[in-house]
Design a binder for this molecule. Structure first.
Ligand code: FAD
Ligand code: UDP
Length: 371
């Protein structure tokens, strides 16, 4: 009898497995239907010995000291600040839009002091900012919105920004200085030996058993367990009772090239051209020295593994129905990006898992203690 069956070996499942085993002495079975641990953060050495991220580039960044300290128990870190260029009007310019982006695109030599007025002259006032279109046009105006956001978003989501919640494009700020980093968090690192190694260390506790290539549904009736932590898609848990909750997928095209470096930055975005949204080169992130280089193109798609919740009002309403079911399901805890339908980064999922552990501690007696 396992104290816990944990569905999914990604950040949500693995962070919780480690806490339950090491802090409570609980026994845990982690099951994942993929043939590996790590969830979407899984990385591996390809046939040429290059470290690649199977599900697209993952860069760790957080402002939360507690989350950074927690993960630091399982990995050393390599400092890495991600930079992205966007291919716009035949040029490669910084995204997030900053002073250099505007000056290069328009052949200007504005200063940081002058740029706010330049934006203000183009910005379209929006009374209540609701959508992913509002959030951008209200700051930089329609022309930059169309160049950098509209096409990329239509590709990525299969929807116009006006149909998506403001929080999606709000992930990408607009700057008036020359800071060209994609993130500004206080902690920006890559796990020195890769994500998979970090997950291996997290799951190495003797109370934790791991089964990969196994769907929870195929074993749940045969493997005795007291409680469940579920990190898969919430609608699937309830057999799509209220209909399918939409998730966006991607197809990844991995390539190895016989050159040391291909891209000027870790990622290049394509908001105007190409069927893929972006291409990323891992050596920038991993620091690996190798005569060849590995890159990945991301092609958005409606079908395939669920990667992104699609944040818009009707989906939020449908999620609320599933959330109510989840709350009425005793002994099952729903955690992570797919199970709580949140557009969470790795650090946020880690934080959510740690908070869940605290709730479990408050509510669930330890095994052998009156259980
Ligand atoms: P997942 O990693 O999705 O893990 C859930 C696991 O559950 C999966 O492995 C799945 O196989 C398993 N599962 C589901 N159902 C079942 C079942 N019935 N039986 C068995 N197993 C099941 N975040 C960042 O912080 N920085 C980044 O740079 C970044 N880049 C990203 C790039 C891409 C392309 C994507 C898609 C995401 C990116 N993220 C990034 C987000 C990051 O991937 C997630 O925050 C994190 O991996 C979510 O962890 P999770 O445990 O919630 O879910
Ligand atoms: N986005 C865009 N153009 C860009 C980069 C981002 O329109 O060059 C929008 C797009 O809608 C995207 C969202 O901003 O889905 C969030 O971008 P982010 O890079 O955070 O996406 P992720 O890395 O999560 O795929």
């Amino acid at each position: 009898m396992f104290d816990w069956m944990i569905v999914g070996a990604g950040f949500a499942g693995s962070v919780l497995a480690e806490r339950l085993a090491s802090q409570r002495g609980d026994t845990v079975l982690v099951v994942d239907r993929r043939n590996h641990i790590g969830g979407n953060a899984f990385d591996r050495y390809n046939e040429h010995g290059l470290l690649v991220h199977q599900y697209g580039p993952h860069i760790f960044h957080t402002n939360a000291q507690r989350i950074f300290d927690h993960l630091s128990q399982f990995t050393e870190w390599r400092p890495y600040e991600h930079r992205v260029l966007a291919s716009v009007d035949g040029m490669l310019v910084p995204i997030p839009i900053n002073l250099d982006t505007v000056n290069r695109l328009y052949g200007l030599s504005l200063t940081s002091e002058e740029l706010p007025a330049w934006f203000a002259a183009r910005a379209e006032p929006v009374e209540v900012i609701k959508t992913s279109e509002d959030v951008v046009v209200s700051v930089v105006g329609r022309e930059l919105y169309e160049k950098f956001f509209q096409g990329y978003t239509r590709k990525q989501w299969g929807l116009d920004p006006s149909q998506l919640d403001k929080s999606i494009t709000a992930r990408v700020p607009v700057r008036t200085d020359r800071d060209d980093r994609y993130f500004t968090d206080t902690h920006q690192f890559m796990p020195r030996d890769g994500y998979t190694r970090m997950f291996e260390r997290m799951l190495a506790h003797p109370n934790i058993s791991v089964m990969t290539s196994t769907d929870y549904r195929s074993i749940r009736d045969f493997v005795p367990h007291r409680r469940v932590i579920y990190t898969g898609p919430i609608d699937e848990y309830f057999d799509h009772r209220y209909g399918k909750l939409p998730y966006r997928s991607l197809q990844f095209a991995h390539e190895t090239h016989d050159v040391e470096q291909m891209l000027p930055t870790g990622t290049v975005n394509y908001p105007q051209t190409e069927d893929y949204t972006r291409v990323s080169e891992y050596k920038h992130m991993t620091g690996q020295v190798h005569p060849k280089t590995a890159i990945t193109y991301e092609y958005p798609s409606a079908d395939g593994d669920p990667y992104y919740p699609i944040l818009r009002p009707e989906n939020a309403a449908l999620y609320k129905q599933y959330e109510a079911l989840a709350q009425a399901t005793p002994d099952v805890w729903f955690v992570g990006r797919l199970a709580t339908y949140r557009y969470y980064n790795m650090d946020q999922v880690t934080g959510q898992a740690l908070a869940t552990f605290e709730r479990i501690e408050a509510q669930v007696p330890r095994s052998g203690v009156g259980d």
